[in-house]
Structures are given as C-alpha cells and as structure tokens.
Design a protein around this ligand. Structure first.
Ligand code: SAH
Length: 429
C-alpha cells in the first residue's frame, strides 16, 4: 500500500441538510456559497466573519455564530467543513466530527478529511467533477480548465443524446429503415432511435443479431427471408406476406420498423413496399442507410471515384443477368473508366466475368470481392478479371458479397490510395 486513499466519487443531495462551516474567511465563504446554492441550511461558526459572510448573515441566508468553535456546535449537523486559518482548530473540528461519524472536510488537509471536494465544471444540465484524491490540486485544476475549454463540445454531445432520445416512432406508422451493411456502428442516429422503441420489427436474414438486439425485448420480431435466395413464385409470395404483415401490424396500432440491410431503396424492394403502403393508406417514412457497396468500398479502401482512376460508380444487380426477357444488364453499356459494384452476383461471378470481358472490359482489369463487408468475418479478395472465376471457385466466395471491377479496385489503386492517405496524414500532423 502506498497510503493513498481510493475515494468513492459521490454526488450528495444537500437540500435541507444542516451543514456546519467553521471559519468565516474567503475559503469558508466559497464553501458556504456552494452549500447554499444546492439548498443546504448553513450554520457558520467563526471568531471573525468576513464582509461577504456578514452580508449573508444579515440577509438571513445563514445562521452565524461569532466565537470560538465548540464541539457541541456539531450537534445536529450532517456535514462539517473546517476552513479556518488555524491548523489546530481545523484538526480539532475534524477529530470531533469523526468521533460522531459525521462526514468532515478540512480545507487543504486531505489527511484530516473523510470526504474531499472535486474541481468542477458546471454546465447548465451537467456537473463534471475531477479529483486527484487531494494530492495534486494543480493537475485537477488544469484538467478542469481543459474541460472548461471543451464545454461547447460537451453541450453538442448532450444535445445529440437528447435528440436520439426524442426519436420515437409513431403508432400506426411504418418506418422502412436501412440498417447498413452489418456493423451496428454504421446505423444512422435515426435508425437507432426508431429501432430502440419500435413495437414491431420486420426484418430479413442479412440483419445481424447485434442490430436486432437493439430493439426492445417486448417488440414483435418477424423474419421473412431465410438465407439462400428465394426465386420466382416463392419470392413473390414472401413479398406479399411482408406487405400484408406491415399493414396488419400498423393497423393494430403498432409502430413498425421494417428493417432492411444496407439502404432500403438499393436492391431492397423498399420501393415496392412503399408503394403498397401508399396504396393501403398506411403512413410511412423511408430512413436511408449505408448501402453495401459504400460500406464495402470503405472497408476495402476502394475509392469509388478517383480523379485518376474512376470517374463514375455504377451499382448493378448480378443475378438479374440470368433473365432472358431483355431486362438483363447491358454490360457493354457500362462505363469502363469507372468503378462497377455488382450486388447479388456471388453465384454467377464466372458468367459475369465472361460477360464483362465479352463486353470489352480488359481481362487485366482489377477486381475486389468483399464478402461480409464491415462484419467480423469480412474477407477481401483481389485479382484481375481473367482470374475472377478461378479465384471465386478456389476461395469459395459466399453471399453476401459485393464484386468491384475497375482500376480503382486494384492493387495499384490500393498503393496510391495508401500513399494519399499517408500524405494527408503527414499534412495534418
Ligand atoms: N439493400 C441492400 C442490398 C440488398 S441485396 C443494400 O443497400 O446494401 C443483397 C446483396 O447486398 C447481397 O447479395 C450482397 O451483394 C450485398 N450485401 C449486403 N450486405 C453485404 C455485406 N455486409 N457485405 C457484402 N455484400 C453485402
């Protein structure tokens, strides 16, 4: 043991409490003011009262006793402060208070205290308290100054917290909410606020448990799609069931969060769901989210646009390519100087690679596949278009994954991106 005290930090409600302050000078006055402003009933004992303390007594704000300290002054007090200029008197006050088990504070003598006062920063709605255990008042003071300077920042944070608390979903309304690519930290403030107080959550398999668990435990939770793509008739039935469920829950008077991975309007059928709600006259709102391509690009450091490498970003759905009714993607119309992000293409990467090359994409064009982007199990695979089918097969790429194709998706871009990051870091240091 080094003899230092490990204090328990406390905020004490002193409203109506009897506090005794021994001493009538400047230090005592500071304690008296602090006590009065928090509603304590203050008795002051001092041989001499300074002018401001006299004023308080004159206005009846304190009970002042002029004379030497006597132990019986402590009777009835629930807090005692000693702040005289006489160390013997202070020590005696401490002893007498401790004998009676009454908490005591002695100015500038932590060894005589049973409690100490922290340095504080007082905001309108908060109090920040800093203590070095009474050993290093200079450090406590400079920490307080540090916090004082950041008062505005603290207020902004408090405001943000307050706004989040105020986000409450309305009863009978459906919120079509984007949950982002998987990392719960990538939820928007609005998505989090709505989810936290929803009555019902309708979601699909891409929503991870960490995000779902943010909904109240009392909320109804319904999962509509299981892993593995439901095609054709099955998919249509499932979509109808989702539409009906949302309408039903809203008409029951519940606040409904329809939670969709990424952004609801990017390959998410959010548009169809919104149309159905509008038709049924159910109130709804769409809350955007970070779509998989944006989340995965950041996770794999792919600059979707870049002045030297990519002048556009195109998001396409890979599985639509197997439709033969003319709605398939026209691969040869895709910009070759941009970044291509292919969603839902995992099961067909071999065909997609072949179609891209047939459409005039250089076989040397780099690709990056990001599987489970932003999630703990994230995998990033890189290569060139000519090798995509082989890599996908060997590395057993699984859904969900986004395939990026373009110069920005290659190792070259990686290096120069890295350099740029280092440069901007160097500049900012
Ligand atoms: N609305 C979603 C897309 C839904 S379609 C969005 O905006 O992101 C489902 C496809 O999204 C998956 O097949 C995959 O291509 C992609 N995807 C979703 N989450 C992903 C993730 N965490 N990592 C990689 N791809 C993901």
């Amino acid at each position: 043991m080094n003899g230092s005290v490990d204090y328990l930090p406390l905020f004490h409600d002193v409203r109506g409490a009897n506090a005794l302050v021994v001493g009538g000078g400047t230090v005592a006055f500071r304690k008296i003011r602090a006590l009065l402003s928090r509603g304590a009933a203050v008795t002051v004992v001092a041989t001499e009262l300074s002018r401001p303390v006299q004023e308080l007594a004159r206005h009846g704000e304190i009970h002042a006793i002029t004379g030497a300290f006597r132990p019986d002054h402590i009777d009835g007090a629930s807090l005692v402060f000693a702040a005289t200029s006489d160390a013997h008197v202070n020590a005696r006050v401490s002893r007498e208070a401790k004998l009676r088990n009454i908490p005591v504070n002695v100015a500038d003598a932590p060894e005589l205290c049973s409690f100490i006062l922290p340095a504080i920063v007082q905001g309108e709605e908060y109090t920040l308290a800093v203590s070095t255990g009474g050993k290093n008042p200079g450090v406590a003071r400079s920490l307080r100054e540090f916090l004082e300077e950041r008062r505005a920042e603290v207020s902004v944070r408090m405001e943000r917290g307050r706004r989040r608390r105020q986000i409450a979903p309305r009863k009978g309304k459906v919120y079509i909410v984007g949950a982002g690519p998987g990392d719960p930290d990538l939820l928007t403030v609005r998505a989090l606020g709505l989810l936290r107080s929803a009555d019902a959550v309708v979601f699909d398999y891409l929503i991870p448990e960490e995000i779902l668990s943010l909904a109240p435990s009392r909320a109804v939770k319904l999962c509509y799609a299981r892993k593995g793509r439901t095609a054709g008739h099955g998919a249509a039935l499932k979509q109808i069931a989702i539409h009906e469920t949302m309408v039903h829950l809203a008409r029951e008077g519940k606040s409904v969060v329809r939670l969709k991975s990424g952004d609801p309007l990017v390959f998410g059928r959010g548009g169809e769901e919104a149309e159905h709600l509008a038709l049924e006259g159910v109130e709804f709102e769409i809350v955007p989210g970070i779509t998989a391509a944006i989340g995965c690009a950041a996770a794999a450091r792919i600059p979707l646009t870049h002045r030297d490498m990519s002048s556009s970003a195109t998001f396409v759905a890979g599985h639509e390519a197997d439709r033969k009714d003319g709605s398939a993607i026209e691969w040869d119309h895709l910009p070759k100087d941009g970044t291509l992000a292919v969603y839902m293409g995992v099961s067909r990467v071999d065909v997609i690679a072949a179609e891209l090359m047939e459409a005039g994409f250089d076989p040397e064009t780099p690709f990056t596949v990001v599987e489970n982007g932003t999630r703990p199990e994230q995998r990033v695979l890189r290569g060139i278009l000519a090798d995509l089918a082989r890599v996908a097969n060997e590395k057993e790429i699984r859904s969900p994954a986004v395939l990026f194709v373009g110069r920005s998706a290659g190792p070259l871009a990686q290096e120069s991106f890295q350099e740029q990051q280092n440069e901007s870091f160097a500049q900012s240091v």
